[in-house]
Design a protein around this ligand. Structure first.
Ligand code: AMP
Length: 110
């Protein structure tokens, strides 16, 4: 058993506000939301970088993002999907995860 926070959420040792779950990932609400809708889509397998994800995991996470956007009412007018990769990009948790952000116009330098 590793000590990773997101692995503990996947194993349900730490509670989360889960939105959906598949064999490949769990999606739960971010504890410090940066937008009215802020969900983290987290592969169950502990990998640290997006390029380590398997094609079936990536495909499942992307299909799931659309489903989550629909469930939470942001499919229209739209939402943002983000991977933070590395410290400079703001990655805090070393278990790869995709952010789904929506519910307000995106404001960003990018
Ligand atoms: P990142 O900065 O890309 O590594 O994103 C990590 C995200 O995890 C941040 O947006 C945090 O607010 C979020 N987070 C940290 N702890 C928890 C938790 N226990 N439950 C839900 N989200 C969390």
């Amino acid at each position: 058993m590793n000590d990773c926070l997101f692995c503990k959420i996947v194993r349900e040792e730490i509670p989360s506000e889960q939105v959906i779950e598949t064999t490949n990932y769990v999606a739960f609400k971010d504890i410090h939301p940066k937008a009215p809708v802020h969900v983290l889509i987290v592969p169950k397998r502990h990998v640290e970088r997006p390029e380590e994800l398997r094609p079936d995991e990536i495909s499942d996470m992307l299909t799931g993002s659309e489903e989550i956007a629909e469930i939470l009412g942001v499919k229209e007018p739209g939402y943002r999907l983000v991977f933070n990769v590395g410290k400079s990009a703001g990655q805090e948790i070393n278990h790869v995860h995709m952010h789904l952000l929506g519910g307000a116009p995106a404001k960003s330098i990018y």
